[in-house]
Design a protein around this ligand. Structure first.
Ligand code: NAP
Ligand code: MG
Length: 488
């Protein structure tokens, strides 16, 4: 039986075979809690390797389509069971590779299982509608049809859930896939792909290739046999993906950054709000696209809220996410660590006051990792860089608003529009918020970073191309509609 790895070297998966890159060059993946620990090596693939992956996906697309939706769904049930059997190992790999705590990694992997089962169930659901024709002797209906070969490019922050929430719907609706995961979490992704491999999918249906985004990611998007691309990652890379896909007229979907606001009104339950802001802002070390980064508080309760927030933030235990009792792990990589440190300096220089944390932790148990204490800034103005740019780290900015109207205006004063929360006990306030906020995910009395797999997920403005992932919404992207008219 072929395996995904040789020693600690993980391979590409092309045409149902685990293979090394032609050049046999590899890239090292390290543990951000201890950079001396190597999690594994992945292939530094070339354009030639990519060519084989795309050709394999192209070759299998007709037979995969013909297999039928129900049979494809049954295969996804098998993948779900295999992922569930391997949950502990995959979650531990995730924690070692990108730093989120083990309970969070287990939660994410369990979500991956649930997503697979959801889309497996789609195998038995409808794929079209009957529409009355103006001709009484005709039958008119729509039928969903796959797009063909779908490229999947994913980030490192949810290395199990995001590849699965793209691949599972792509497959059940009849597409074949080439996955290029983020290099920072490619060992975890290899283990996910191993679950697909073990389920016995036909040759070429799922292909997996690791390496540099600017080399093989770019080549994947530009490949003439690619029919669609789904991308989650930074706005900078997303822009390039959009240009390249639009130039060739292929369907594309981008989910990108956020600068997610939380509004706390004067009638909010402060304990609930503080707990949710801490969880939304600092869980996963602030590295969620839906993480809370700006907290806009009505002036009347500002001091009370700040005091409680600081008091509770002080209780956060930072350390290796594999250890019991650790609440917040390291930044996922040295470059994320440097970015966070940079923004903390930027914030101080532009006149914000650091009320708590924001210190790189570099001695003792922290010596070999990329640890920083959770940071809270105040005296933040809406135009400051720290209030505008996505930091993607454990940094919260506090802003003061005189009333709800000003708070909503401040919340919308960013190019992003992914998620947003309000804490209030006033019905008219929450209705005003729902109506006035520019965000794809709106949460009331709940943290900004919550997602349910059966509901549409995606942002507005620069956060997204406007299409939605997950739930039934995924069908819109991963299929085209054929309208059929039959004259009797
Ligand atoms: P990233 O740097 O944009 O990378 C994302 C993926 O794109 C990686 O697989 C990367 O490969 C690849 N890539 C890099 N350059 C490329 C190029 N020129 N052409 C094609 N692909 C290329 O993002 P990240 O740092 O992994 O993830 C963090 C970002 O993702 C944040 O902005 C976050 O907000 C966003 N995010 C958004 C959502 C959402 O649903 N809205 C969810 C999670 C994360 P390499 O790893 O090899 O560079
Ligand atoms: Mg790593």
């Amino acid at each position: 039986m072929q395996t995904a790895f040789k020693g600690n070297i993980y391979k590409n998966f092309i045409n149902n075979k685990w293979v090394e890159s032609e050049t046999q060059e590899t890239i090292k993946s390290i543990n951000p809690a201890n950079k001396d620990q190597i999690v594994g090596y992945v292939q530094y693939s070339t354009k030639e390797d990519l060519e084989k992956a795309v050709q394999a996906a192209h070759k299998s697309k007709r037979s995969w389509r013909k297999l039928g939706q129900a049979a494809r769904g049954q295969l996804l049930f098998k993948v779900a069971n295999i992922l569930e059997e391997n949950l502990d190992d995959i979650a531990e790999t995730m924690t070692r590779e990108m730093g989120k705590t083990l309970p969070e990694a287990k939660g994410e992997t369990a979500r991956g299982v649930a997503i697979l089962r959801y889309y497996a169930g789609e195998g038995m659901r409808k794929d079209g509608d009957v529409i009355p024709s103006s001709d009484k002797d005709a039958l008119m209906f729509t039928k969903r049809t796959p797009l063909g070969v779908v490229g999947v490019i994913t980030p490192w922050n949810f290395p199990v859930a995001i590849p699965i929430w793209k691949i599972a719907p792509a497959l059940v609706y009849g597409n074949t896939v080439v996955l290029k995961p983020a290099t920072e979490a490619a060992v975890t992704a290899a283990k996910v792909v191993e679950c697909f491999a073990k389920a016995g999918l036909p040759e070429g249906v799922v292909n997996f290739i690791t390496g540099s985004g600017s080399v093989i990611g770019q080549a994947l998007i530009a490949h003439p046999l690619l029919n669609a691309i789904t991308f989650t990652g930074s706005e900078t890379v997303g822009e390039g993906v959009a240009k390249s896909a639009a130039a060739r007229g292929i369907k594309f979907q981008l989910e990108m950054g956020g600068k997610n606001p939380v509004i706390v009104t004067k009638d909010a339950d402060l304990d609930v709000a503080v707990e949710a802001v801490i969880s939304g802002g600092f869980r996963s070390t602030g590295q969620k696209c839906t993480a809370t980064s700006r907290v806009i508080v009505e002036s009347e309760i500002y001091d009370a809220f700040k005091e409680k927030l600081v008091q509770e933030t002080k209780k956060i235990t930072v350390g290796d996410g594999l250890e019991d009792g650790i609440w917040m792990g390291p930044c996922a990589s040295e470059s994320q660590f440097n970015t966070v440190k940079k923004y903390i300096e930027v914030g101080k220089n532009e006149g914000a006051s650091l009320v708590y944390g924001g210190e790189p932790l570099t001695s003792g148990q922290f010596e070999k990792g990329f640890f920083v204490s959770p940071a809270i800034f105040e005296n933040v103005k809406t135009d400051m860089i720290i209030a505008q740019e996505e930091i993607f780290g454990p940094v919260i900015s506090l802003l003061k608003a005189v009333d709800l109207e000003e708070a909503i205006e401040m919340a919308n004063h960013t190019k992003y529009g992914l998620s947003a929360s309000i804490f209030t006990s006033n019905i008219s306030s929450l209705l005003e918020f729902i109506d006035g906020i520019d965000a794809g995910l709106i949460r009331v009395n709940a943290e900004s970073a919550g997602v349910e797999l059966q509901a549409p997920f995606g942002g507005m403005k620069a956060s997204s191309t406007g299409s939605r992932e997950q739930g039934e919404a995924a069908k819109e992207f991963f299929t085209a509609v054929k309208t059929v008219f039959i004259k009797g």
